[in-house]
Design a binder for this molecule. Structure first.
Ligand code: NAI
Length: 270
């Protein structure tokens, strides 16, 4: 159901790779709620082509940008304001990638060039996006910036590898930049800590299938899906959450506050 929550609002959505992507579902929901936006992804992801279908469906333009490159981000932000006809009200950072995970390197055997690249893409890019928006004075007052994260930033999930460290950094950047954006621009910055979700990035994590089933059994409300995450993001972009900022918001069906569930106890009962 649509409520026109984002009518008249303009923004940028990073990270829609295919129809499973959390950013893809979010773009669809934002469009339903009346928001207009520019879609962006790394030039290499563009070549896979699927984002064009999403752009057609949501009447959006696509501007390629590598989120680790400041000049790409400056171009993106300036072009987005030109295309959308003014400053922005919302930005979604939905970007993550670990080279160590991709190459099968264990946490105890990191290649630090891989680590640095993954950190740049997954964590520092959030600072780069916000610094670019800040310097270009691209955000309207009461705008909202959201990035996606995972609970491995707080608790250890062995196969999440160096992404756990990247997410801890990302969440810290949200708090630190959230202070300046709040104080000086009345813009809020939050991270959503999402349940395991079957996307390209999610399924790259070793043992993902077992893990998502475990999370499902541990969460009183069940895992939050990508569609659920899109709904939650819409609420954070809307005017109904104006004073929520510098938070890491768990969106996980209750997983993060559950010690054990009956289903898991039953698995271990003799
Ligand atoms: P996805 O694979 O669909 O999206 C990741 C996106 O990052 C892709 O569109 C990819 O092209 C983009 N990307 C990679 N390098 C980039 C670069 N240099 N510049 C710009 N974009 C780049 O997967 P998903 O799951 O939708 O990921 C979105 C976010 O959600 C990520 O931050 C991920 O860590 C987070 N997340 C995912 C969970 C899951 O289980 N799938 C759980 C919790 C958080």
């Amino acid at each position: 159901m649509a409520y026109n929550l984002l009518k008249g609002k303009k923004g940028i959505i990073f990270g829609a790779l295919d129809e499973n992507s959390i950013a893809w579902k979010t773009a669809e929901r934002v469009h339903e709620e009346g928001g207009t936006f520019v879609l962006t992804n790394a030039p290499i992801a563009m070549r896979m082509g699927q984002i064009k279908d999403l752009a057609a469906k949501t009447n959006s333009e696509i501007i390629p940008a590598d989120a680790t490159k400041e000049e790409d981000l400056e171009n993106l932000v300036n072009q987005a304001m030109e295309i959308l006809g003014g400053k922005l009200d919302f930005v979604l950072h939905s970007i993550g990638m670990s080279v160590n995970v991709r190459k099968g390197r264990a946490y105890t055997d990191e290649n630090y060039d891989f680590t640095a690249k993954g950190w740049d893409v997954s964590a520092l890019s959030f600072h780069k996006v916000m610094q670019t928006l800040y310097k270009a004075e691209a955000m309207n007052e009461w705008g909202s910036i959201v990035a996606l994260t995972y609970m491995a930033a707080q608790r250890t999930f062995p196969d999440y590898n160096d992404m756990a460290d990247n997410k801890a950094y990302l969440e810290s950047v949200a708090r630190s930049f959230g202070y300046f954006f709040g104080k000086e621009r009345k813009v809020r910055v939050n991270t959503i800590s999402q349940s395991p979700t079957p996307t390209t990035a999610g399924q790259g994590v070793k043992g993902f299938d077992g893990f998502i089933n475990y999370a499902e059994k541990m969460s009183p409300l069940g895992n939050a899906t990508a569609d659920d995450c899109a709904d939650y993001t819409v609420s954070l972009f809307s005017d109904l959450t104006k004073k929520v900022t510098m938070q890491n918001l768990f969106h996980d069906g209750g997983f993060s506050n559950t010690g054990v569930s009956q289903e898991v106890i039953d698995e271990f009962a003799p």
